[in-house]
Design a binder for this molecule. Structure first.
Ligand SMILES: Nc1ncnc2c1ncn2[C@@H]1O[C@H](COP(=O)(O)OP(=O)(O)OP(=O)(O)O)[C@@H](O)[C@H]1O
Length: 457
């Protein structure tokens, strides 16, 4: 594979020196300002860019260089950018790394050091590409109930598989409807505690005065109406897993009591002075920004560190590459079966709309929309209108160039055809209007696993 380097440098002397350093091993392009650099980025798609921060119209400063760095990383976030600064320019080097540059190099030019830094960046880019390809090949997850094909969710599933057998307290964060509770259950199901109870409590749904007795239980006579002793959720989960949903909404007074429980592993029932030892694994979830809650004094920092021994940040559906369609199709299949409307399929406009709609309510919103569409669809085809998705409302994704748009569309069409035909290559090729060898070439090119089944809801 050709290794492409883009040198962004406004000094013609340095340009030719740098070109001379690399032109034997690499395909080198040179740009001297922001505009030509962005054009070369779109055209050449270099893996590595050396970027002189002092570019016109601010050759003595770094504003233009920083502006270009930001734009490069927005358009092509996988590109490794090495910023080139003046000898004493430590501050700008650090700032550039903070913004996402992968390395820095200080002038004056030393061919050996520069070659070393550039080769290291290429190696990193290659390793990252291999990693992404591997993640893509491992299409789907074996975790029950979770439908996923995106590298982002597959990475979360792999972390979950490692965390589940341990007893570490796990915090799951993410927008509403992203599957936090589903993941919490998966942690329990994959743990040695799976045959013991999974007790869930929503801290935001229970009034403050009841939450304490719900969680910790109470002794008979401890308050009016306490006619008998009752165990709380924590005790009921003994041996198993306690899931504290919406932990960010837990009242301050109870946070102190929960912290004591997490530290001592004993519960004090309301009205009792005898602590009871309990063995539970705790998983928490929240859609709120806990760091912000700590800053505003609504959440105890010490409790945060207790509950977040491991944190799983679940991305929104719109941030996962390719998950929206895979989940929607799985839902259409399972809901269609449930509602006695099997063999429904999305039309082209529905697929487009599913891929470009931002899904603010995530999978929960998707379930509602697919359920509605299952009822509303005429015949076997489900349209964007049945889903109540207006394509023109959708956000337009930013693509680096036409080739990327084409490849993404091609990859999507192939995955869709394979799923529709149950991974039958001959039928999928017919559906796509190509020969079987062409389809094999394309699945090889895009590293699409032709045997993998996606797990179902
Ligand atoms: N990856 C997925 N595959 C299949 N179903 C999913 C997936 N993610 C979520 N769901 C389904 O979406 C619905 C919402 O998921 P869940 O309740 O776990 O979300 P949540 O993040 O806990 O939401 P909230 O913050 O509002 O409580 C559930 O019915 C769940 O089964």
């Amino acid at each position: 594979m050709t290794r492409r380097l883009l040198i962004v440098e406004d000094d013609p002397g340095l340009q030719s020196q740098m070109r001379w350093c690399f032109s034997e091993d690499l395909e080198v392009a040179v740009a001297s300002d922001r505009e030509s650099a962005l054009a070369a980025l779109r055209r050449e798609e270099p893996d590595v860019i050396t970027l002189d921060l002092g570019l016109p119209p601010d050759p003595g400063g770094a504003t233009e260089g920083f502006g270009l760095l930001e734009e490069i990383l927005r358009l092509a976030p996988m590109t490794k950018v090495i910023v080139v600064t003046g000898r004493e320019d430590k501050e700008n080097s650090v700032k550039a790394i903070g913004m996402g540059a992968s390395d820095f190099y200080q002038k004056p030019l030393d061919a050996d050091i520069l070659t070393f830094v550039v080769n290291r960046a290429f190696r990193l880019a290659e390793l990252e590409r291999e990693n992404r390809d591997l993640a893509r090949q491992r299409n789907g997850t074996n975790i029950k109930g979770i439908v996923a094909a995106s590298p982002q969710m597959l990475a979360i599933c792999r972390t979950l598989e490692k965390v589940a057998p341990t007893d570490v307290t796990t915090l799951i964060t993410g927008e509403t409807g992203t599957g936090k509770e589903l993941l919490a259950r998966a942690i329990h199901d994959l743990s040695p505690r799976s045959s013991k109870p999974f007790a869930a409590i929503n801290c935001a749904a229970i009034p403050e005065n009841l939450l304490e007795s719900e969680l910790f239980g109470f002794e008979k006579g401890s308050f009016t109406g306490a006619n008998q002793t009752k165990k709380g959720k924590i005790e009921n989960a003994n041996g198993g897993t306690l899931f504290l949903d919406e932990i960010g909404d837990m009242p301050m007074a109870l946070q102190a009591k929960l912290l004591r429980f997490l530290q001592e592993r004993v519960v004090d029932r309301v009205g009792s002075v005898n602590p009871i030892p309990v063995d539970v694994r705790v998983v928490c979830a929240t859609h709120r920004d806990v760091r912000q809650l700590i800053d505003s004094g609504e959440f105890r920092e010490d409790l945060y560190y207790r509950i977040s021994e491991i944190t799983l940040d679940v991305p929104a559906v719109r941030e996962r590459d390719g998950d929206a369609l895979v989940i929607a199709q799985s839902l259409l299949k399972s809901l269609g079966k449930q509602m006695d409307r099997p063999n429904l399929a999305f039309t082209e406009d529905a697929i487009c709309a599913i891929n470009s709609y931002p899904w603010p309510g995530n999978v929960r919103e998707m379930i509602n929309k697919v359920k509605r569409a299952t009822i509303m669809a005429d015949g076997k085809r489900v349209t964007a209108e049945d889903l109540e998705l207006n394509v023109s409302d959708s956000a337009t994704p930013s693509h680096i160039n036409l080739r990327q748009v084409r490849e993404q569309a091609e990859r999507q069409a192939i995955c869709q055809a394979l799923q529709t035909t149950g991974y039958n290559m001959a039928q999928a090729a017919r559906l796509l209007g190509v020969t079987r060898p062409t389809l094999y070439n394309l699945t090889d090119k895009y590293k699409i696993d032709t045997s993998a089944e996606i797990s179902e809801v």
